[in-house]
Design a protein around this ligand. Structure first.
Ligand code: ACO
Length: 314
């Protein structure tokens, strides 16, 4: 025994909304194509907001919801592929913005769309060795900076957002029992680096990624159930990385998950990579479907290739 529970959640999205109609004026696409293939109707894009603004807003909201004093926070991990700068880490700047103590362990973590769950697992390990009980995990992305708005196969998919949680560690609580996986592959999904020359740019081969997701996600869910001894019936919500509605629907059907246990917000935010799982958690906490005593089985998958699942208590 020993593990973390979520004590508070928060999220921020930039003000500007880009609809499918807006994108149809930029590339050869249509609302019908995007909606039927992905479930996405609109997404938010940063204009004035920085990555740090989104992460700070989400983390402050999570601290407020948790009622935790920043001085009590022992570690802060920001999960992202696109902070404002390569260095300092976004988590270091968040230390300043949130007024965290100077002995807070702060760093960024890159596991793409699985990042938030890699971050939660890392946080559980960090707090098990910390004199302080609380930690902050943020998933924050400004993917519009990496999006090629002339490539119709990727530019319709992604949005900008940040989601954050404040967690509490107790020796007597069960672990989140994270299951993490990696299959190194830079062919089917990634972001070109500046070292390769030119502007960073998201690239993706949609069908191999789709196949990877529908094979891996059920195995990952099953691995979490096996590790914890839980059944889907014991879980209040199953929270999926919001990559594509068709992927979520296929997995839900395979496990026979009741629809009231699955929340999808893709239509409003698109795929926000590391922000997508905490964004869903925040919506579920704010409408009362998650909260004290409840459990969420969360699953992420994406670039790396990576995947991650965990059973998270509140
Ligand atoms: N509008 C209109 N037509 C398009 C668009 C668009 N936005 N994008 C691609 N097309 C065209 C293609 O050019 C192709 O045309 P062609 O047949 O003339 O060559 C046709 O549509 C079919 O393209 P496919 O790539 O085969 O389309 P598919 O049915 O596979 O759907 C999609 C694409 C939605 C990306 C799908 O492969 C998918 O869901 N993949 C999963 C990947 C995913 O979710 N990625 C998110 C990021 S990664 C992550 O979070 C894990």
């Amino acid at each position: 025994m020993s593990g973390i529970k979520i004590r508070g959640t928060g999220s921020r999205v930039p003000a500007k909304v880009t609809t499918n109609e807006d994108l149809s004026r930029m590339v050869d696409t249509s609302d019908e194509w995007i909606t039927s293939r992905t479930g996405i109707k609109e997404r938010h894009h940063c204009v004035a907001e920085s990555h740090l603004d989104l992460c700070t807003g989400a983390a402050k909201a999570a601290l407020e919801a948790a009622g935790v004093d920043p001085a009590e926070v022992g570690a802060c991990v920001v999960c992202t592929v696109c902070a404002d700068q390569f260095s300092p880490a976004a988590a270091c700047l968040l230390q300043r913005e949130l007024g965290l103590a100077e002995d807070t362990v702060c760093f960024d973590l890159n596991a793409a769309c699985s990042g938030f769950l890699f971050g939660l697992h890392t946080m559980e390990c960090l707090l098990s060795a910390s004199p302080k009980r609380y930690g902050i995990v943020v998933g924050g992305e400004v993917l519009s900076r990496l999006t090629d708005f002339t490539d119709r196969s990727t530019c319709v998919l992604f949005g900008d957002a940040a989601g954050a949680v404040v967690v509490e560690f107790r020796p007597e609580w069960p672990s989140i029992s994270a299951v993490l996986g990696v299959r190194g592959n830079d062919k089917v999904l990634g972001v070109t680096g500046v070292l390769a020359g030119g502007k960073p740019r998201i690239y993706m081969e949609g069908q191999p990624v789709f196949k990877f997701a529908v094979e891996t996600v059920p195995k990952c869910i099953q691995a979490v159930l096996d590790k914890t001894g839980a059944a889907i019936d014991d879980v209040d919500q199953v929270v999926f990385h919001q990559a594509n509605e068709r992927i979520v629907d296929l997995v839900v059907k395979k496990f026979g998950v009741p629809t009231e246990k699955v929340h999808k917000n893709l239509s409003r935010y698109g795929n926000t990579s590391a922000a997508s799982v905490p964004l869903v958690l925040d919506e579920l906490c704010r409408d009362g479907r998650l909260g004290p005593g409840k459990k969420a089985l969360c699953v992420g998958f994406g670039g790396g290739l990576t995947w991650a699942g965990a059973l998270i208590g509140f």
